[in-house]
Design a protein around this ligand. Structure first.
Ligand code: OGA
Ligand code: MN
Length: 356
């Protein structure tokens, strides 16, 4: 499973690993205050500023081209990475807020799975429970209305044991295990929509119960995928992985190679705090290209780019660098302080795939 990539001495020496180390957050402990060590960002491609100067003058830096296609916004490509496309500021602030809300409320709802399933079984209404200051408690008795003979798969067994309770109703009678909903929300790392991905086997498990990807997300993915689709074909979103990044989180270099047809793009949406994305080559030995990802940016990886290692070594959670001011004002206007609190130090990535 690539999220806990085993780091061997050998892989420590690759060009990809060197770039990860360059951009990863390190702290200088000055007077017990954690201060991020300064990092040289001069080589990081900034598609937002490329877009601004392109709109002003029509000029593009060496190595960047505009894809000629029927799309309402400029779509950029990199000469060195065929099949990779970047659509800066593809989503409006309203759309970004909508998908942040969905990513925190409906997307992690069962039967969609999250990283918490393995320990707690299906967890319902995590975001609401965190907002209400609830605690997930391991019950020592099965609820009476549950037939212990049915649904004996592991996730259902767990479901009968862990329940959210209000803090004032929670007394630790028999020293039962508990965890606060807000701690669980901070530790939410992924949820899967549509066909469920089994991280332990690194494959889609079509036998797992699942819901279709929500229609509105399907429509968005189809529209965004169009510039990278083979002529005359339509994208069919079948699965999506939602990644949640908090302070200090990163996504190690990996390939997404479990889908059948690599001519179909992966549509990747960035929300929340700014991040650095590394797009390597077909081997870890090739030096990756670094670029900023900001809230509302969309990337497409199709064709040869599907064979390229990539990862996210850094998210920016210090207020000067998150670049989410429009999101903050939108969420404060709407009085959604809990969304605001979450997104001020988090990034969400929704990547949508055609599996077959
Ligand atoms: C992934 C991935 C990139 C991102 O989930 O496979 O590559 O921008 N995500 O978070
Ligand atoms: Mn990936």
């Amino acid at each position: 499973m690539y999220r806990t990539d085993h780091v061997t001495e050998e892989s420590e020496r690759t060009a990809f690993r060197k770039a990860e180390k360059k951009y990863k957050i390190y702290y200088d402990n000055a007077k017990k205050k954690k201060i991020p060590r300064p990092v040289d960002l001069s080589e990081v491609i900034d598609f937002r500023s490329i877009l601004e100067s392109f709109k002003r003058s029509g000029d593009l830096p060496d190595g960047v081209f505009e894809l000629k296609c029927d799309f309402n916004l400029p779509v950029f490509g990199l000469v060195s990475r065929p099949g990779f496309y970047f659509i800066p500021a593809a989503l409006s602030v309203e759309e970004q807020c909508h998908w942040i809300r969905e990513s925190l409320t409906t997307f992690p709802q069962p039967p969609n799975r999250t990283n918490h399933n393995a320990i707690y079984g299906p967890v319902q209404d995590l975001f609401l429970a965190a907002k209400e200051g609830k605690v997930l408690v391991e019950e020592d008795k099965l609820p009476e209305n549950v037939d212990s003979e049915v649904n004996l798969d592991q996730s259902n067994v767990n479901a009968r044991h862990w329940n959210f309770v209000k803090l004032n109703e929670y007394c630790c009678r028999d020293a039962c295990k508990s965890v606060s909903a807000s701690a669980l929300l901070r530790k939410l790392r992924w949820s899967t929509l549509g066909l469920q991905f089994d991280w332990s086997k690194r494959s889609y498990n079509v036998a797992l119960p699942h819901k279709m990807i929500p229609e509105k997300l399907c429509m968005l993915a189809k529209r965004m995928a169009a510039p990278a689709m083979p002529c005359g074909e339509e994208f069919h979103p079948e699965a999506a992985i939602v990644n949640y990044f908090g302070l200090g989180d990163m996504l190690g270099g990996h390939l997404d190679d479990m889908e059948k047809d690599w001519s179909k793009p992966i549509v990747s949406i960035s929300l929340g705090c700014k991040a650095i994305f590394l797009l390597g080559g077909k081997s870890r030995e090739q030096t990756p290209v670094a670029m900023f990802l900001r809230s509302g940016d969309v990337m497409l990886m199709a064709g040869e780019a599907r064979e390229c290692f990539h990862g996210v070594p850094r998210i920016f959670t210090d207020p000067e660098n998150t670049e989410i001011t429009p999101l903050e004002s939108q969420f404060s206007d709407e009085d959604h302080t809990s969304f605001l609190d979450y997104i001020q130090t988090s990034r969400i990535n929704i990547n949508i795939r055609q599996v077959f």
